[in-house]
Design a protein around this ligand. Structure first.
Ligand SMILES: C[S@@+](CC[C@H](N)C(=O)[O-])C[C@H]1O[C@@H](n2cnc3c(N)ncnc32)[C@H](O)[C@@H]1O
Length: 307
C-alpha cells in the first residue's frame, strides 16, 4: 500500500511542534494537558513507556509506587478518549523493587487491575514481555553482592484495547520458519493426536509464509553509536537513559496498525516510536516534557523541519 507523506497532524490549540517530518510532529509539552487537545476517537495506537515508579529516582521525574495509579489515571482517561473504537494502547511498564529488601513491588499489577478491572477503562487484549538479555544485574546488593536474586531481564508490556476486538493481524508480524519447521513443511506433517492430547490437523503442515510469533519480544538496547547517540554526544545533549529498543515499537506498530494510521507516544523521550512510525509510514505525534530530549530526538530524522 503506498501512503503519501502527510503533515496534517497539527493539533489545534497546542504549541508549535519542535520539529516535523514527512509523517509526524514532535511536541515539547506536558502530555496531561496536550492529550486533551487531540480529537476524540482519532488515534489508532498509543504506544508508550511512561516514567516508572522506581526505588531510585531517575533524572526524568519518576513517581513513587504508592502514588503511581493516581498520577497515571488522568493520562489513561485521555488515552481512552482519543483512541478509535478498534484502537490499542500498548503500555511498557517496568517492575520495581521494594525499598530496603529483596522483594518486588506490586504497583504495576495494581495499575493493570485498575485499568482493566471491574471499573476499569480498557480490556487486556494480551500481555507481552520484553526480554532484554543485556539488562544490568541490579539492584547490586541483592543480585551481585549478596547473590540472593537473579538478573531481572523481562519487562511487562500490556496490550490494552478499547473493545474486545482491536485491529490486529498476526500475519503482519510473521517470523521466518525455523529449519526444523521448514523440513516438516517439505516432508509433510504427521497429523493425529499428540501425547499432550493436542490434535494436529493436516492444516498444520500448510506453509503460511512464516511462524506466528510468541508474546515475548527479545531485543537489547546495546547500540552505543547510532546517529542519535552520536549527535547528542557531539552537541552535549543528554542521551535519554531509558530508550526503547527499536524492535519493540516496530513489532506493535506493524501488528496493530496500517500505513497512514495515527500513532501517538505521550511520553516520547528520545522518540524511538516516531522514528519507527516514520520508517513504517504511519502518521505520528510525540509529546515529551523535557526540551533537551526533544531537541536530541530530532537527530533521529534526516531532513526534519525545525520550527
Ligand atoms: C521511560 S521515558 C520514555 C523513553 C522513550 N520510550 C524512548 O524510547 O526514548 C519517559 C519519558 O516521559 C517523560 N515525561 C514525564 N512526564 C511527562 C509528561 N507529563 N508529559 C510528557 N512527557 C513526560 C520523561 O521526561 C521521559 O523522557
Amino acid at each position: 500500500m503506498s501512503v503519501k507523506p502527510d503533515k496534517s497532524l497539527a493539533v489545534a490549540g497546542s504549541p508549535d511542534p519542535v520539529y516535523t517530518t514527512d509523517f509526524g510532529s514532535a511536541y515539547c509539552a506536558d502530555s496531561r494537558e496536550f492529550l486533551s487537545r487531540i480529537p476524540d476517537s482519532s488515534v489508532n495506537l498509543v504506544i508508550t513507556s511512561p516514567p516508572f515508579a522506581l526505588r531510585r529516582k531517575k533524572s526524568y521525574g519518576n513517581v513513587s509506587a504508592a502514588e503511581y495509579i493516581d498520577w497515571f489515571w488522568p493520562f489513561a482517561e485521555q488515552i481512552l478518549r482519543v483512541l478509535k473504537r478498534d484502537g490499542s494502547f500498548v503500555l511498557d511498564i517496568g517492575g520495581s523493587w521494594n525499598k530496603g529488601e529483596p522483594t518486588r513491588s506490586l504497583y504495576h499489577f495494581d495499575l493493570l487491575l485498575r485499568l482493566c478491572g471491574e471499573k476499569g477503562l480498557f480490556k487486556l487484549a494480551q500481555e507481552f514481555y520484553w526480554y532484554n538479555p543485556a539488562k544490568m544485574p541490579a539492584p547490586a546488593e541483592w543480585v551481585t553482592i549478596r547473590r540472593v536474586r537473579v538478573k531481572d531481564a523481562v519487562q511487562p508490556i500490556w496490550w490494552l484495547s478499547k473493545t474486545a476486538r482491536p485491529k490486529a493481524n498476526n500475519r503482519w508480524v510473521l517470523t521466518p520458519y525455523k529449519n526444523s519447521m521448514k523440513e516438516l513443511l517439505s516432508k509433510g506433517y504427521n497429523a493425529g493426536v499428540r501425547p499432550s492430547g493436542h490434535v494436529v490437523s493436516k492444516q498444520w503442515g500448510q506453509d503460511n509464509g512464516g511462524a506466528i510469533p510468541p508474546n515475548i519480544i527479545q531485543t537489547s538496547n546495546t547500540r552505543s553509536n547510532d546517529p542519535y547517540i552520536r549527535a547528542c554526544r557531539e552537541r552535549g545533549l543528554e542521551i535519554h537513559p531509558a530508550r526503547f529498543s527499536e524492535r519493540v515499537p516496530e513489532f506493535f506498530i506493524t501488528f496493530l496498525t496500517r500505513p497512514g494510521n495515527v500513532v501517538v507516544d505521550p511520553f516520547a523521550g528520545s522518540n524511538m516510536v516516531g522514528q519507527v512510525a516514520e520508517r513504517l509510514r504511519r502518521r505520528w505525534i510525540s509529546v515529551e516534557i523535557n526540551n533537551e530530549y526533544v531537541v536530541g530526538s530530532k537527530y533521529r530524522f534526516t531532513g526534519a523541519t525545525i520550527k
